[in-house]
Write a protein that binds this ligand. Structure first.
Ligand code: AMP
Ligand code: MG
Length: 410
């Protein structure tokens, strides 16, 4: 038996990050930058108003108060998107909208709410005079050129996973296309005579193929392009065929589930070895002990266990880090937490990934098993939001003790 960590290391040593491609910003969510991004502009791009109001000279309204308004002559109207040439002299003001450039001569903005123009209806023409009921310090309500970002400033480092706010930032900088790692292409195969497609009626002894859907969704969630090849029956010739079809699309990875246990009809090994090689590892892990890894038609190949829970956990533990390395340059850190066990937990001494629901109690996260831990019971994962990891060699953890958990969904 080899440890989970050793198996992960051995697998990852066969991969390197994918090449860079330039893609439109609108398609870049979740993608990983391959270059740092520096701003080529100052932000704000120009001095502009932070509020709807009136641009004026602070000195004019220094004495303004609620019962002691100051009246100014309105000499210009500055909507956002327009530059107005009028200079604002003492005793004058310009109506101005949020984001509009500050007219020459003005040094302060007073909010419309602090004037008698606050009652104006939408579309009303600009008033001739405005009464100001409040003093504003010099420079008030002005967003200064370059006060957020200056030209040449580094905004993103290489290897940044782009989030929605990052996409917005790049757009603000005028970056229309971004250099990112190519998405991994992954071919997914299920195997077994018992598996039916979802549009088929249930027949005696048969079950629906769930792994194709689940593994496809896992790969998509990890940002991969998926080619779902469906189900191959347990016949050597059919397995050969589906592997050739998978290889034809030149994926970065082929992932199959089932057919790697000691069952009499498990042809995956023979078929893969005919065009490459396959190692069977007994990993010190539960669920998911049998794991097959090798190459097929020169493409890296994973043979995951067939039981859906084992398939799911094996994907997270072994395939996900590969996808992250390919698409992101490195394996991402898992969201982990120290949790209290809400019940006694027994293990068989292998590194165990137990399906658990975390509840927040008295300021601590407390883990309860989310159903029986059989490797076919997918409902245990459906109800789980964490995997509690019991280390190798540990057979009993009492309620109230601490354990590490891998957070699935926050
Ligand atoms: P095997 O590795 O072929 O012995 O399969 C182990 C268990 O996983 C069996 O109970 C299979 O019926 C089940 N299984 C295999 N593939 C799938 C699949 N694609 N969807 C649902 N269950 C599966
Ligand atoms: Mg089978």
């Amino acid at each position: 038996m080899i440890s989970v960590q050793k198996a992960q290391q051995r697998i990852l040593s066969h991969f390197k990050p994918l090449e860079t491609e330039l893609i439109p910003l609108g398609a870049a969510l979740g993608r990983v930058l391959t270059q740092s991004i520096y701003s080529e502009i100052d932000l704000p791009l120009f001095d502009n108003s932070a509020v709807d109001g009136f641009a004026l000279q602070a000195v004019d309204i220094a004495s303004a108060g609620a019962n002691d308004p100051v009246s100014l002559k309105v000499v210009a109207d500055v909507p956002a998107g327009n530059v107005v040439e009028t200079d604002i002299s003492q005793g004058q003001a310009a109506r101005i909208m949020t984001g509009a450039p500050i007219p020459n001569g003005a040094n302060t903005i007073v909010m419309v709410e602090d004037t008698d123009a606050s009652q104006q209806a939408l579309g009303d023409s600009v008033p001739d005079m405005v009464k100001v009921f409040r003093a504003v310090e010099h420079g008030g309500n002005i967003r200064r050129l370059g006060s957020d970002i200056s030209r040449g400033q580094k905004i993103f480092s290489e290897d940044r996973v782009l989030r929605p706010q990052d996409i917005g930032m790049l757009a603000m900088l005028g970056v229309a296309s971004v250099p990112v790692r190519r998405k991994p292409k992954i071919a997914i195969i299920s195997s077994g005579d018992e598996l039916l497609p979802l549009d088929s009626p249930l027949l005696p002894g048969k079950i629906y193929d769930s792994n194709t859907y689940m593994l496809t969704a896992l790969a998509q969630k990890a940002g991969s392009e998926v080619l779902s090849l469906g189900v191959t029956p347990d016949r050597l010739e059919a397995v050969h065929q589906i592997l050739s079809r998978a290889a034809e699309s030149q994926p970065d990875l082929i992932v199959s589930s089932a057919g790697v246990s000691m069952g009499a009809f498990d042809y995956i090994k023979t078929a893969v070895e005919a065009t490459g090689s396959l190692d069977f590892w007994k990993v010190d892990m539960r669920p998911g002990k049998p794991l097959a890894f090798g190459t097929c038609h020169n493409i890296p190949f994973f043979g995951l266990p067939g039981n859906p829970v084992s398939s799911y956990v094996s994907f997270l533990v072994f395939v996900l880090p590969v996808l992250e390395l390919l698409s992101g340059g490195d394996v991402r850190k898992r969201m982990r937490a120290r949790v209290l066990l809400g019940e006694d937990i027994e293990s068989d001494g292998r590194e165990s990934y137990l399906r658990a629901a975390l509840k927040y109690e008295n300021g601590r996260s407390v883990a309860f098993l989310s159903g029986h831990q059989g490797s076919g019971n997918l409902l245990s994962i459906v109800k789980a939001n964490a995997l509690v990891i019991i280390p190798s060699g540990v057979k009993f953890c009492p309620a109230g003790s601490e354990a590490e958990a891998w957070i699935l969904e926050p």
